[in-house]
Design a protein. Sequence first.
Length: 298
Amino acid sequence: MNIWTQWIDLTLPTGMKHLQTDGFIPSDSQLDEIEFYVPSYMGGIKTLEIIPKMKSLKVVHLNQAGYEEILPHIPQGVILCNASGLHDVSTSELAIGLAIASRRGFAEFMDNQKKGIWQRRTKPALADSHVGIVGYGHIGKRIASLLEMFETKVTAFTRSGSDGSIKIAEFDDYLPKLDVIILILPLTAESKNFMSADRIKKMKDGATLINVARGAIVDTDALVAELHTGRITAGLDVTDPEPLPAGHPLWSAPNVIICPHVGGDSEAFDPRARKMVQEQLARIAKNEPLINQITGAN
């Protein structure tokens, strides 16, 4: 089997060959050879739109949990696997970091630091906050476990209401009481603009919105408008549009911390991603079921 990933030094089972790689995208001459393809992490549309040109392709392994962007490019019969569980550590860590930073006023403090202004203000703490986690998969559950040490009250929301969560259909009943809302749900037609202008306006005074999911889950214009009132704070690892263009109003909005979609992209990513890909290849060699299979059939 011919393999293409961003890593040339993977440990491969006997009989498998790793094609030459520039760490970003296969060459045109390699497309007919590739049987197992791992798009380079956060490589963008260029690494996905070439997939239908791979005539020998059998398996695509995506090093992300969200797979909505790649689905239209997967030919019928090709197996697609995602990396559910891979980013739990890094993304949950960032979600907690953004929640603490947003609650404690880091955006204002950093702005004052640049201006040389020493100004003390009493800010809300994460402790004693009522935190709503919207989306309760691997990452949502890990965020909940980390929040235990901060003495918070946690309410999780899912579409099904499973695993002790509340059904998303009941979210609006809880919304005005939540001090922190952490979004970690997939982007679908139903979840787009989940945090609409109406819901953002109904957020509790002093509440914090954390988005480590997808930018389009939040109505960006409505969020910018509400941030300017000074009524809420926000911590965003994702935006809509993304990348956020220079001059966009969100950049200059007050009380917001913006990260350039780095939730899963810490130094913890690389060794975990390599290990998962090598596990997939070992399973193929042993004719065992693959991890996190989304489409296709073994």
